[in-house]
Design a protein around this ligand. Sequence first.
Ligand code: ASP
Ligand code: MG
Length: 327
Amino acid sequence: MKTRHIVPELRIYKRHLFLKLPKYKSIFKIQSTILKAARDYLYDKGFIELVAPVIAPVTDPGIREAREFDLSYYSEKAVLVTSAILYKLTGLKIHDKIFFVAHNIRKEPIDLRDFTTRLAEFRQIDIEITHIDRDELMRVSEDFLIHVIERVKRERSEELEKLKRELKVPRRPFKRIRFDDAVELVSEDGYGLDSAGELSKEAERYISETHEEPFWIIDFPAKIRGFYYKKKDSEHLLDMDLMYPEGFGEGASGGEREVDPLKVRDRMLETGTDPRKYIWLFEILYEGLPPCSGIGFGLERLTRYITGVKEIIDVTLFPKAPGYLGL
Ligand code: ASP
Ligand code: MG
């Protein structure tokens, strides 16, 4: 049976009954190679892998339309980690090039019509490096992505063929589009922003469909993204999203970090974040955090792009679509 003939409710709640489908076998063999290729690349370049927590006193508020999950943790209130960014910065005390394969848990809005891009639980290959700026981070990220794609093409050609995926190795450097220009571009064709001030899902899909190679959207408005990004000017950040082509949309977010504690506090106020929750981060910043940049590649979105499979629930072994518990 073809997965598109199975309603998403069964594909999520009865996943164990479908795992013997050849399609799932191919997808998860490819995902395993993606993880191995990512790790090999990073270890080769001198990174070490650290492990991020899932339960935290406070987490990254820069999650757009999503919300945090609260957790009653003994006598204290805790949250589930939405992004490991704060732990990446802290992890730089151990080594100057680190990565996690981090679990991110976000209360995304429920959408019974769309299972393409969002999960309430997903993984990020989350990278942080000291003493590099955004330009250098983009070069590293392009190199990383190309390495992973080449490896999958070399080692999983049979599986790609079974999935009928003709995957091209991207050419560098990837095109860069400023966020303001992207908004103008999509508005010419009637697309706009969502309630968080980001490109709407439809706009994102549209701009991605008009490209055949991965590209960057850079310089997001300072008000809509995490307080940890450094400003480029009074209104824009030194951050970026990696966009996959062919309609696959956003695949990674990152940027240059603000490490001046007073400026971080200003950024918190600018983004509506309560500074009282981040005493631990201020201590780290006063101790002295070197200039750094980092990015997180969504593992499931990368798998989706590489396999060419449309729905994100199909590239996740035990998917947690927003509002769906599954197994
Ligand atoms: N991983 C991103 C970063 O490193 C933050 C995010 O999760 O969106 O900046
Ligand atoms: Mg992102």
